[in-house]
Design a protein around this ligand. Structure first.
Ligand code: NAD
Ligand code: TYD
Length: 361
């Protein structure tokens, strides 16, 4: 591209997006234009270490604002768009699905429209380089029985929650822009992430913070639902690999080959807290585990078959669950100021909404 080499990241103030921005600037070193509307999940404190870094240009705005996106693309001429921005929490999608359709479907549509208009203005050489990378989830594939094979790129879509359905819709739009308009797209479908900067409404940070304070640890249903956990920096390295070497129009599943039942994740966190932050007042954290009413339509099991990305791009996760979860617990213990900032009014309100009805069983 004629200007300085740059990429446009959407949702770069959220959990995975901010990890991606931080690792991109560290590993690749080119400029990131970061477009984020700063919903409750967006947090500029995640990017505090870049506050003096001219490689990070933050823009407060909505992906559904096609005119704004068009302006940013023409001004900075990025060689890629990496699209993280989304409403991302299944439980919130059950309570209020409208925001999920607005951002994940309408927002992605507006972004694709702006990207297409920009792409058509590029020279042939610039078009060759340009990529639109759409970050999606394994939840689009629905749920697995205990002995089913893991999700592959050819598993039929069968989304079960409003979140998964809205992500599936966005995946279909991205696919259509490749087939119809030849927009050079790539899609990644990743399993559950964990790590630094995760908003504490999701399982792992919620359990770490509640356990630290001696509060109940609410496990939905029988605690035997299974997720395939991936350390967030491994997700970021996979996205970089797909961006550089992925085949246009293809989808790549990303996973950690770390299937765990929720109750096993929670007991691991309890034991790590007892070791790293012992408290005579609280005692054994496992005593805090409280089984509560299940999530409606709760998917039983997710598992990723990540052979394609390994075979085609040579990507594999660097972190094992045991080491990644230890790092994550240690990170939350060492970053109490970040935690306090995040647990604002909006977070408290959500805890009341989600857990008031989930009486202990
Ligand atoms: P997150 O909720 O932590 O962050 C989302 C970010 O997008 C926030 O910074 C928010 O302010 C921003 N945003 C929301 N609506 C916006 C809008 N209309 N315009 C601009 N910005 C907006 O989510 P996350 O966990 O970091 O997930 C990022 C992406 O990865 C999502 O697309 C999600 O579907 C996907 N994904 C997440 C996981 C996971 O385990 N968290 C796994 C696989 C895929
Ligand atoms: P979550 O982190 O919300 O991710 P997802 O729904 O996208 O998989 O939840 C992970 C698993 O943990 C899921 O099976 C639901 C369960 N869970 C609980 O048991 N208790 C909780 O308080 C939360 C938030 C989740």
């Amino acid at each position: 591209m004629s200007r300085e080499d740059s990429i446009l990241v959407t949702g770069g103030a959220g959990f995975i997006g901010s990890n991606f921005v931080l690792t991109w600037i560290r590993e690749v070193g080119s400029t990131v234009i970061n477009l984020d509307s700063l919903t409750y999940a967006g947090n500029l404190n995640n990017l505090q270490s870049l506050s003096e870094n001219s490689k990070h240009i933050f823009v407060h705005g909505d992906i559904a604002d096609e005119e704004l996106v068009g302006r940013l693309l023409r001004e900075h001429k990025p060689r890629a768009i990496v699209h993280f921005a989304a409403e991302s929490h299944v439980d919130r999608s059950i309570v209020g699905p409208g925001a999920f359709v607005q951002t994940n479907v309408i927002g992605t549509f507006a972004l694709l429209q702006a990207a297409k208009a920009y792409y058509l203005e590029l020279s042939a050489e610039e078009q060759q380089q340009f990529r639109f990378l759409h970050v999606s989830t394994d939840e689009v594939y629905g749920t697995l029985e205990p002995n089913d094979p893991a999700f592959s790129e050819t598993t039929p879509y069968a989304p079960n929650s409003p979140y998964a359905a809205s992500k599936a819709a966005s995946d279909h739009l991205v696919r259509a822009y490749f087939h119809t308009y030849k927009l050079p797209v790539l899609t990644t479908n990743c399993s559950n992430n964990y790590g630094p900067y995760q908003f504490p409404e999701k399982l792992i940070p919620l359990m770490i913070l509640n356990g630290l304070e001696g509060k109940p640890l609410p496990v939905y249903g029988d605690g035997k639902n299974v997720r395939d956990w991936l350390f967030v920096e491994d997700h970021c390295s996979a996205i970089r690999a797909v961006l550089e070497h992925g085949r246009l129009g293809e989808t790549y599943n990303i996973g950690g080959s770390s299937e765990k039942a929720n109750i096993d994740v929670v007991t691991t966190i309890c034991d790590l807290l007892d070791e790293l932050a012992p408290s005579t007042e609280i005692g054994s954290r496992q005593k805090l585990i409280a089984y509560v009413n299940d999530r409606p339509g709760h998917d039983r099991r997710y598992a990723i078959d990540a052979r394609k990305i390994k075979q085609e791009l040579g990507w594999e996760p660097a972190e094992r669950f045991e080491s990644g979860i230890r790092k994550t617990v240690a990170w939350f213990l060492a970053n109490q100021e970040w935690v306090e900032n995040v647990r604002s009014g909006a977070y408290q309100q959500w805890i009341e909404t989600n857990y008031a009805e989930r009486v202990a069983r």
